[in-house]
Design a protein around this ligand. Structure first.
Ligand SMILES: Cc1cc2nc3c(=O)[nH]c(=O)nc-3n(C[C@H](O)[C@H](O)[C@H](O)COP(=O)(O)O)c2cc1C
Length: 178
């Protein structure tokens, strides 16, 4: 059983992340979801709470907190940080070491020895931007495992690379870390 911190950005692939959270829990893992504020607007964090059996957090301040410093308490004892889906913006924030919300602050508070995996998902034109490629290369250089997206039709109708992988495929790619 692995204690997984699942960080989710505001992507159209959030429904797949919900399925992933559910399957990880079903496989016996302890999943703690943290959503960006924008992800919480697209789908409620409450969905992840229901699927994982643990509070799903969004904000570092105000109502909904678990502790006085959730970014620290979440990070303690974590065995895997899985950021999925990662938006282009979230990739950039993580690559630059920014701590602008609970998810990115928590990511910085996790000990360097804990494996970090990022699963980007975005429109093919966003995926093709040199800035996005540079940010992902920075993360890879910092020790993150960057899982490549699939090529196919996106929610917006565009076709190309950037699709969030299917759950079974993701679980297979993560097998050695779980
Ligand atoms: C319905 C919807 C779907 C989106 N899907 C994506 C996506 O898959 N990838 C992406 O990089 N941005 C996507 N965006 C844009 C991001 O939500 C936007 O850049 C936002 O600022 C990201 O915030 P976050 O990284 O804090 O979650 C989407 C926006 C909307 C409204």
């Amino acid at each position: 059983m692995t204690r997984i911190l699942l960080g989710c950005g505001a992507s159209a692939a959030l429904h797949k992340a919900a399925d992933l959270a559910s399957k990880l829990k079903g496989a016996g893992h302890e999943v703690h979801a943290v959503l960006t504020p924008n992800a919480d607007r697209l789908v409620s964090a409450q969905l992840f709470e229901a699927l994982t059996g643990h509070p799903a957090l969004v904000h570092e301040f105000g109502e909904g907190r678990m502790t006085a410093m959730d970014h620290i308490s979440l990070a303690q004892g974590s065995e895997l940080l899985l950021v999925a889906p990662a938006t282009a913006d979230l990739v950039g924030r993580l690559a630059h070491g920014l701590a602008t919300d609970l998810l990115t602050t928590m990511a910085l508070a996790i000990p360097a020895s804990v494996p970090r995996v990022i699963v980007p998902a975005m429109n093919p034109h966003m995926w093709a931007q040199p800035a996005v490629g540079r940010n992902l290369a920075t993360l890879a250089g910092d020790g993150w495992r960057v899982l490549q997206p699939e090529t196919g039709e996106m929610a917006c109708g565009d076709v190309g690379p950037g699709r969030f992988p299917e759950t079974a495929d993701l679980l297979q790619r993560l097998a050695d870390l779980l």
